[in-house]
Design a protein around this ligand. Structure first.
Ligand code: DHB
Length: 308
């Protein structure tokens, strides 16, 4: 079974990779991803300066996913540029993820990664966990300012990591900007921002930062993620590539994202819980489904959602 696929013309050896987020901030963690079944090495979203992140507790597993308010703990963008050549021998795409705190931050980081050994640049427009910094992609004027600087330079494909949208007009508006600025791929979706989980025993939120408000991930958000993948597939078709992310923990989940139109799926919450064995497991489960259904490759099933 051929599970090779591409994002922005770049070959991915299989369908499942890690999502920017858990266990991808240090060189040791990135080597683990290199040696794993992940089809790419996706790095933690970085900022200009290193950050230790928000106060603990800032991550909690939930029955069907997780809530987190990490606050962008990362080593600073220079470190990730230096790590890239050390990871090339794994023979899989290396994806930088950038999370500016200003338009100028995005410009500096994208220009630097354009000159580095990373293969793709994911521009995170959707971090929900920085006090006083709204999610960029909910503000289309601000988004346009960022896109105008990140699309300007270099030859490496640039994509955007989007928050969930809950109305088609927002997906349409974003799709217009993606076309206007020649963005090569989208990553749908980031966690559902600013949810609240309460511990009734203690009568407190379960997270400390931002008075308990954090990003929701895992199975809770899968239908929202599928809807966003499908909406961008409908709107932009073959003009862009799509990373699907949000609640994928089994081959069935991956298959649903494939039908919706995702070129590759990323896994975060299940990777945090299960460790690097999850990539090979989900890939095998997906292959078994494709064989049972008579598909010959991942490409064969992409976008093939049927209608009632
Ligand atoms: C963090 C959370 C996100 O959802 C994201 O996109 C980037 C960073 C964080 O809190 O570290």
């Amino acid at each position: 079974m051929n599970t090779k696929t591409t994002i922005a013309g770049l070959e991915f050896p299989s369908y499942i990779c890690n999502a920017s987020g858990p266990n991808d901030a240090t060189l040791d963690e990135l080597h683990v991803l290199g040696s794993s079944g992940s089809s790419a090495i996706v790095m933690k979203s970085c900022t200009i300066e290193p950050r230790s992140g928000n106060a603990e507790p800032r991550y909690a597993r939930l029955p069907y996913g997780a809530i987190q308010s990490m606050g962008l703990p990362n080593l600073g963008y220079r470190a990730y540029g230096e790590f890239a050549p050390l990871l090339q021998s794994y023979g899989k795409p290396i994806v930088a993820s950038i999370a500016g705190l200003s338009v100028e931050d995005y410009r500096v980081m994208v220009d630097t990664f354009q000159e580095s050994d990373v293969d793709l640049i994911e521009v995170n427009l959707s971090c929900p966990n920085i006090e006083g910094k709204p999610q960029v992609a909910y503000d289309f004027e601000q988004t346009e300012k960022v896109l105008s600087v990140v699309s300007r330079s270099g030859t490496k494909p640039v994509g955007v990591k989007l928050p969930p949208y809950f109305d088609y007009v927002h997906q349409q508006h974003m799709a217009e900007l993606i076309e206007k600025y020649q963005i090569s791929f989208v990553t749908c979706i980031n966690s559902v921002g600013n949810v609240l989980v309460i511990d009734p025993e203690k009568e407190t939120p379960i997270l400390k930062p931002k008075k308990g408000f954090g990003g929701l991930s895992g199975s809770y958000i899968k239908p929202i993620a599928l809807a966003n993948v499908r909406a961008f597939y409908n709107l932009l078709g073959d003009k862009i590539s799509i990373f699907g992310v949000g609640g994928i923990q089994s081959g069935v989940d991956a298959f649903e994202f494939l039908l919706a139109g995702a070129d590759v799926v990323q896994v975060g919450t299940i990777f945090e819980k299960e460790g690097p064995a999850c990539f090979g497991r989900i890939e095998k489960e997906l292959v078994d489904i494709l064989i049972a259904k008579g598909y010959h490759s991942v490409a064969d099933a992409k976008g093939r959602l049927k209608f009632l």
